[in-house]
Every structure is written in C-alpha cells, then in structure tokens.
Design a protein around this ligand. Sequence first.
Ligand code: NDP
Length: 241
Amino acid sequence: MARVALVTGGTRGIGAAISKAMKAAGYKVAASYAGNDAAAQKFKADTAIPVYKWDVASFDACSTGIKQVEADVGPVDVLVNNAGITKDGAFHKMTAEQWSAVINTNLGSLFNMTRPVIEGMRARKFGRIINISSINGQKGQFGQVNYSAAKAGDIGFTKALALENAKGGITVNAICPGYINTEMVQAVPKEVLEKSVIPQIPANRLGEPEEIARAVVFLAADDAGFITGATLSINGGQYQI
Ligand code: NDP
C-alpha cells in the first residue's frame, strides 16, 4: 500500500516541488495551502494531487483539515511542514502583528499540524516528520528577527520531538534551505539578488525547489529510519554547520 504524504504549502514554490517529487516516488500526496486559489487550482490540474485550503496558524483549522485529508486519502504517514511566510522589518520598527503572524505560521504550525497526526503515527509505529526551517534560523538575518526566531524554533522542535519518538519508528528531521528560486526570493529586487545575495553563495547561484524536494524524498523513505533529529543544510555552501 502506498504511503500517504501531506505537504503544507504544497501548491507553490518549494512545497509544490516536494508534492510532485513525493508523488513521483510513489506516495499518495495531499497538498495544503492558505488562500491562493488560482495557484492551487492550477497545481491540481497539472498534477492531479488533491489540494486543501486551511490556515496552518490555527490549531482547529489544522485538526479539521487533517481529518478531511485522512478521510479522503488515508492516515498521514509523512508530514512535511513546509508552509511559511516572511514579514520583514527592522526589529525596532516591527509590529506585534508582524511578530505573531510569522511565529504562528512558521513555528506554531509545527504544533498545530504535528499534534493531530502523531498519535496515529505512534499507534502504527511509523512516521516521518520533515520540517522546512531556513538558513536564517541557523545564522540569523537582518530584518528577520521574527522569521529567524521561528525557524530556529523549528530546529528545537525537531530535536526534542525526535527524542520522544525515536523508539517508535517515527523520525523527525529539519531541512534548512539557503536561497531558493521561488516567489519568496523573487520578491527580493533583482539588483539586490545579483549584487549582494548571489555573491554570498559559494555555488554562485540560487538553489532550485527540486533540490530541496530530493532531500525530502530521501528522508521520507522507509530505509531512512536511523536518521532522526538531524538538520540538513542545503545552501550552496553559504553557511556550513
Ligand atoms: P512560497 O511563498 O513560494 O509558498 C508558500 C506556500 O505556503 C504557499 O503554498 C502558501 O499558500 C503556503 N502558506 C503560507 N502561509 C500559510 C498558512 N498560514 N497556512 C497554510 N499555508 C500557508 O514559499 P517558498 O516555497 O519559498 O518557501 C517554502 C518554505 O521554505 C517556507 O517555510 C520558507 O520559510 C522556507 N524557506 C524558503 C527559502 C527560499 O529561499 N525560498 C529559504 C529558506 C527557507 P498560498 O499559495 O495559498 O499562499
């Protein structure tokens, strides 16, 4: 029986590449998204992967959404916590809304999504939880105190949850992408990308979403069961840890 994978933010950017790669690897995939219906419907038409709309910052919405996915597709074996946002600004000008939106979407979502699936994984003695953190959670970034705090929190979440579940066939790992060629990065002005971002990357280019997806497929596999609590940097050599 094919395993079931649920990818949050799985309709665009890195998440869309993950959804497609997991489907190609033989998983039954469900992709969630927040509100960009046009992108989600196009993704669904292109891939035949079912899409579900809910806000990962809401525990109740996640519980209800996951129940629907499990009814339609089956119990979740692989959860990819990929959905994320930025709301950048210097900390001395940051609003409480910028702080809480980024913390709730990038870190709160890991509780909201994982809590409803972990008991089933424990009962079935198999699970893969893969959290998409960021290089900026490892090293900090100007203008991103909120995002860096949330993404560093994702790593702590990963390590602690891995300890609690290592005996039960469940692995929990984090991936820290560097600059990846998605709309999130395309929002950075071209000149800034070319003059100051790319020169910081030893590989001298942005990463591609498929290069993150490849690592997710690797960590999700049945025979990756001894890899848990790990943080995998995929950043073209920009930050070595
Ligand atoms: P995109 O902005 O391209 O896509 C984000 C996806 O997340 C969309 O599907 C979006 O849904 C969904 N999403 C956003 N907020 C919510 C929410 N509240 N509830 C449900 N879904 C939500 O992002 P990327 O592909 O660039 O980034 C994916 C992940 O990788 C993020 O966690 C990001 O922080 C991380 N990352 C990205 C890097 C990069 O260089 N791109 C670098 C390091 C980490 P919708 O389409 O409806 O808006």
